[in-house]
Design a protein around this ligand. Structure first.
Ligand SMILES: [Fe+2]
Ligand SMILES: [Fe+2]
Length: 270
């Protein structure tokens, strides 16, 4: 990383609270020190409304402040949906506790996610199965399920909220950062670029074996969504079209090797 990670006086996860992202969305953020590498945001998200939606459930170590904040924001008893992106501990850490305190909540996952949750003792009658390409309808809104461009668990499932033009990309666009920050704009582009590359190499090492143009195509598909918010489980949210495009462009430069342009030129010349 360009900037040296700040010395971590207390190398434990800590809860940073909630930020309003507009469009009914807010983030619930914890920070996880990663030894020698920097800080990693661990985000859950809330969509307020008549049928409140919680996206992921955060770290078990931060259970109390996380549940208190959800309760304060929408009322756990009124929580209607929990969209679980995948079954990793940093996303499902408080799932059982929330399901217990939110008896009206239905858990949204896909076939493999359901299998993993079944093994974890989650009752199948609490589940709603959705596959990439399908939508979860919430009143007049739709969350369109999609597979993120890179991931660390095959059940990983993000979405595009066509109403607020919000893209949730699961672990994609996560970055190890030199220090805690409240907003994405606070991160220097070189540090963000290095952090994106470092995180993807740790979390999705298989990317090294992917034809670069494939990843470039996946990022280009996301660009065409014209999202006004880009939510990652592991980065402060990008808000506004300009910031989303900036992040997508930066990720492309950081993650798609330069030989992609050479490959693309070769393809065009063939
Ligand atoms: Fe993950
Ligand atoms: Fe994660």
């Amino acid at each position: 990383m360009n900037a040296k990670p700040e010395a971590v006086a207390n190398p434990k996860p800590h809860f940073a609270g909630s930020s309003d992202l507009g469009g009914g969305w807010s983030s619930l953020t914890g920070w996880l020190p990663v030894a020698g590498q920097g800080m990693l945001a661990v985000n859950a998200f809330l969509l307020r409304g008549r049928e409140p939606v919680l996206i992921d459930t955060g770290l078990a170590a931060l259970r109390e402040p996380m549940l208190d904040l959800i309760d304060e924001a929408v009322g756990l008893a009124k929580l209607r949906w929990i969209w679980l992106s995948h079954a990793d501990a940093d996303h499902a850490g408080n799932l059982a506790a929330i399901l217990e305190r939110a008896p009206g909540a239905t858990l949204v996952t896909n076939f493999l996610g359901a299998g993993k949750l079944d093994m974890a003792g989650i009752r199948p009658d609490r589940l709603r199965l959705v596959i990439p390409g399908e939508s979860l309808r919430i009143g007049a809104m739709r969350l369109i399920a999609l597979r993120p461009p890179y991931y660390d668990a095959p059940e990983s499932m993000g979405f595009f909220d066509s109403n607020s033009r919000t893209l949730f990309a699961v672990d994609s666009f996560g970055a190890l950062l030199p220090r805690v920050c409240a907003r994405l704009a606070e991160v220097d582009p070189p540090a963000l670029s290095d952090g994106l590359a470092a995180w993807s190499a740790i979390d999705a090492p298989w990317l090294a074996d992917v034809e670069p143009c494939r990843l470039a195509e996946a990022l280009a598909r996301l660009r065409r969504l014209d999202a006004t918010r880009l939510l990652s489980g592991h980065l402060p949210a990008a808000t506004g079209e300009d910031e989303v495009l900036h992040l997508l462009d930066l990720a492309r430069r950081a993650l798609v090797p330069a030989r992609d342009s050479f490959t693309a030129r070769q393809g065009a010349a063939a």
